[in-house]
Ligand binder design. Structure first.
Ligand code: TXE
Length: 500
């Protein structure tokens, strides 16, 4: 890796200026009540990009007052669904117009390759909002037979003020998976970005208002979890909270919601997803897909294929080739073209990953590639591969959330099903096989929210996503996500003379 490390020394100047660093409350950029700010850092260097207003309890209160007023008195839930839909379509157009600027902010704050932000994630952001813009005027209740002398109908109504707490690994996409359905259904929102990545959401928030969103409908509070985040989860005037992040914090959110006003809760939490390479696999293709499943986004994906189970017949060849592929992974300044991997998001994640790598070595797994930081500044980590991993090793049980592939050997399907399911998580799984019976069997047996067969990380806006077990509660994206933001009202009308 020595050449790569050397090329990390010259840091490219990002092609964007930071315009917004204040909180977005009631349609205006404002300072935090305390006047406090916090630095957001460039993961390539650890240097400060900008000072950002630090929201706390009082700012969340201000945001909730604005969101409440916009819901209780404002035009948003009262305008026609078609009007709401048009605003969301206009917003998607504006996202496309500002594609490169949004992408550059996302990469600067997060460290992900600019080409990934500009060609995949920001276009997907527009796609997600168009998907939900299309839903806005197609949400409606039913008529229900009832028991004879009543006319029964259901009204699908917005739930009210939604609190949304999002992470830093896909700041924009996580925002879109939550804002999209909330807005399509007519809710108002208080959204807290992750403290590592506050910048792109503020620009996108401005564009929402340029598209015609009434003031107070979306309020964006930058800030920390135990202060601003906890204030959202425990607020008495927030009707629903949606969270994406660690399982530990997911438990806190549920507890705060239950201790306050029993607000509805959806959670999208951690994972330790199996990627199963069956005996009939074309090894080259399997290696490439398994590599993508783990290393995409610097390994910082909740659904990363982080337990690579390989059938014993192809295991040795797979390990050799997986090692070679990791050694060839192009790591560097994410603003350079052709870069596959940038730095990890911050020093906390960087240290956590290096600690797990040490654990792997100490517990007897074979280090095939990587194993250390890359370069001397910023948070770059060598693409790392362990083989001979055993189920009870920490690196096979915990979410590492970094570029560390762990390869485990299996003999038969019954065994791999039991081992794949032997996890407190149940977010996703990958299956690599040409055998239809094997694919069908695994698809049913795996206790996870998404099964990708001969593919991985397919995130179309139409496909529901969420976890079994301790990976979460509820589904985002697709038609299923709408239920998270709707109340069902049953309306029963007596019929005077049912015998028509
Ligand atoms: O997550 P946190 P962190 C996993 C991953 C990672 C680990 C820790 O394994 O290494 O979590 O990352 C807010 N009340 N995932 O520390 O703390 C916080 O401000 C209310 C998986 O970054 O869960 C941020 O906005 N909110 C994951 C958000 O929660 C609180 C993505 C996520 O931060 C809070 C990220 C509190 N007490 C990390 N404490 C995924 N599922 O994709 C924190 N927050």
């Amino acid at each position: 890796y020595s050449n790569l490390a050397a090329s990390l020394e010259d840091t490219i100047t990002p092609p964007v200026k930071v315009q917004h660093t204040q909180l977005l409350i009631n349609g205006k950029f404002v300072d935090s009540a305390s006047g406090k700010t916090f630095p957001t850092l460039d993961p390539r260097t650890g240097e400060v990009i900008a000072q950002v207003s630090e929201g706390d309890v009082e700012d969340v209160n201000r945001a909730v007052v604005a969101a409440r007023k916009a819901f209780d008195e404002g035009p948003w839930p009262r305008m026609t669904a078609y009007e709401r839909s048009k605003i969301l379509f206009r917003f998607a157009d504006l996202i496309e117009k500002h594609n490169d600027e949004i992408a550059a902010l996302e990469t600067w704050d997060n460290g992900k390759p600019y080409e990934q932000s500009a060609k995949i994630e920001v276009p997907m952001l527009a796609r997600v909002f168009r998907y939900y813009a299309g839903w806005a005027d197609k949400i409606h209740g039913m008529t229900v037979p009832g028991d004879g002398s009543h006319h029964v109908q259901t009204l699908h109504e917005p739930i009210g003020v939604a609190g949304q707490i999002i992470p830093w690994n896909f700041p924009l996409l996580m925002l879109s998976w939550k804002l999209g359905p909330a807005l399509a259904c007519g809710n108002t929102v208080v959204l807290k970005t992750a403290e590592q990545t506050p910048l792109s959401a503020l620009l996108v928030g401005r564009l929402l208002h340029e598209a015609g969103l009434p003031e107070g409908v979306v309020n964006i509070v930058s800030g920390f979890g135990p202060t601003a985040g906890a204030a959202i989860a425990s607020h008495m005037d927030i009707d629903k909270v949606a969270f994406t992040g660690s399982t530990d914090v997911g438990k806190i959110i549920l507890e705060l919601a239950s201790k306050s006003n029993l607000k509805a809760v959806t959670l999208e939490l951690g994972g330790k997803s199996p990627f199963i390479v069956c005996e009939d696999a074309d090894v080259d293709q399997a290696v490439e897909l398994a590599h993508f499943a783990l290393f995409f986004n610097q390994g910082q994906c909740c659904c990363a294929g982080s337990r690579t189970f390989v059938h014993e017949r192809v295991y040795d060849e797979f390990v050799e080739k997986a090692k070679a592929r990791a050694m060839n992974r192009v790591v560097g300044d994410p603003f350079k073209s052709g870069i596959e991997q940038g730095p990890q998001v911050d020093s906390e994640q960087f240290k956590k990953i290096l600690k797990y790598i040490r654990h792997g070595v100490d517990s007897g797994a074979t280090l095939q590639a990587g194993g250390d930081r890359l370069g001397s500044k910023g948070y770059y980590i060598q693409p790392t591969v362990f083989s001979d991993v055993k189920d009870d090793m920490l690196i096979a049980k915990d979410e590492i959330f970094g570029p560390v592939q762990t390869i485990l050997k299996f003999k038969d399907l019954d065994e791999v099903i039991a081992r794949a399911n032997n996890s407190r998580y149940g977010l996703a799984a990958g299956v690599f096989t040409q055998n239809l019976d094997t694919a069908n069997r695994l698809m049913r047996a795996l206790r996870v929210g998404s099964v990708w067969i001969n593919c991985f990380d397919v995130f179309d806006a139409t496909i529901p996503f969420g976890g079994y077990k301790m990976s979460g509660i509820g589904r985002e994206k697709g038609i299923y996500s709408l239920n998270n933001y709707l109340q069902v009202k049953a309306v029963v009308t007596a019929i005077k003379n049912p015998a028509w």
